[in-house]
Design a binder for this molecule. Sequence first.
Ligand code: ADP
Ligand code: ADP
Ligand code: ZN
Length: 242
Amino acid sequence: MNIILLGPPGAGKGTQAKRIEERHGPVQLSTGDMLRSAIRAGSPLGQRAKPIMDAGKLVPDEILIDMIAERIALPDCARGFILDGFPRTVVQAEALDHMLARIGKKLDHVIEMRVDEAALVERITGRFTCAKCGTGYHDRYKQPKVQGVCDVCGAKEFTRRADDTAEAMKTRLAAYHAQTAPILPYYRSTGLYSAVDGMAEIDEVTRQIDAVLAKPPPVRLGDIPKPIKVAPRRRTEETEGA
Ligand code: ADP
Ligand code: ADP
Ligand code: ZN
């Protein structure tokens, strides 16, 4: 199953992508996480991306397109993938179509997480993550069960993102509206699109996503098998002499 999760920063894409991965198997591909690990590794790509990300702007399309094309071709994506944070521009959406066609893969679901923008700054500024396994938490909405200890892996170190500030959030939301929201009409016009209420509680959002994933995949033009043999047309009175 190949899925895209769409929504502004703080919509809950990472939180739900991890849950889909656990419950249904496709691997989470978070372009934000990939870029942050390039920054930690100090690679040339990381050095180029860091100031752009800290400011809340989008990293150039060609970098992201190459990054995802390489990642999607790896063997673990054979069990399916969840794109979290990609595509983020019309150019990236078009490039994704081409790369999937080239490797013979198709999207099954595009899920928009709808949220009330007033809630997003609080979500982003309260966000923290396990430094070891990447599980996401929130100061108010999702504290670890034992304070200071990750529920999933037991680690005691957590990190906060450099761009999770109210200031960078303004730029990130502006980038979402100017560059990412324009790809929504494109996916809405395919049979693949569904929306869920990203303002609901985390478990309820998961239930809504599970309901979407349980829907049978739409029949697409390319999927309709071509008839193997066409029966010869019988001559009838109407076609007689035509
Ligand atoms: P969030 O989950 O809060 O939306 P991400 O972790 O997805 O944030 O992205 C963090 C930053 O990484 C973005 O603000 C942007 O600078 C960069 N980034 C991630 N994905 C993309 C992309 N597809 N295109 C351009 N920049 C990206
Ligand atoms: P995104 O990947 O879309 O930027 P995250 O999944 O990282 O968003 O969520 C942003 C913050 O909001 C995290 O701290 C997360 O724990 C919290 N969060 C996620 N979903 C919800 C929800 N439905 N209700 C309240 N808080 C949420
Ligand atoms: Zn952990």
